[in-house]
Design a protein around this ligand. Sequence first.
Ligand SMILES: [Zn+2]
Length: 243
Amino acid sequence: MLKEVEGFIFSEIPYGETSKIINVFTKEYGLIGIMCKGAKQVQNKNRAFTLRFTYATFNIYYKENKLSLFHSATIINNLKNINQDIVLISYLSYIVDLTNQVIKQSRDGQIYDDFINTVLKLENKLDPLVLTNILEIKYLNHLGVGINLDECVVCGSQKNIASIDGDKGGLICLNCLTTEKIVNKKVIQLLRMYYYVNIKSITKLDIEESLKKEINFFLDTYYDRYTGLYLKSKDFLKNIVSL
Ligand SMILES: [Zn+2]
């Protein structure tokens, strides 16, 4: 039976002479493989709907735990701005890789919404670093290593939070402070905002450069220390935007 599913193509794999298999992240079924017969051929009418990073509604013959079969598709957003900008493409590559890892750990439907909304905000040219950090902090719970943003990671006190430390795993209060430097209070407030904000509702992100960098450094250290993920696309991104 023909089914309509909304999804985003994470990758495409050649299959035989003329066909390919696309791996599509869908809200309804998570990541699924779809066989696209003939789609590798340049003149095939479906070729444009089977390229990596396509966001579309797919009409497929869905098969549980097997390859589904492509029938047709309609583009939802052609992501024109992202596709014209190597920096944005690099951010998107990293976000896709990261999401691919996160959905191996959790089937929470919120992951799809957060992912798609981040992509659409990237397309609307909102700050890519801030968007990526927002998604990263939201994903930590799904990866089983969420950050407690209310208390000191050493003593549990909720008062006099003075620093954050990616290696120690969170907030540090004044009493527990050793070698960490005291951070601007705005950094802590922003981290909480990143965590709680509904990505879809964001209309602007004007955040001071130094605060942005501080938060990114914290999340980068935290990811290295606690998630066990190593993604080449992140190294690539770091080189491109010199983070
Ligand atoms: Zn403490």
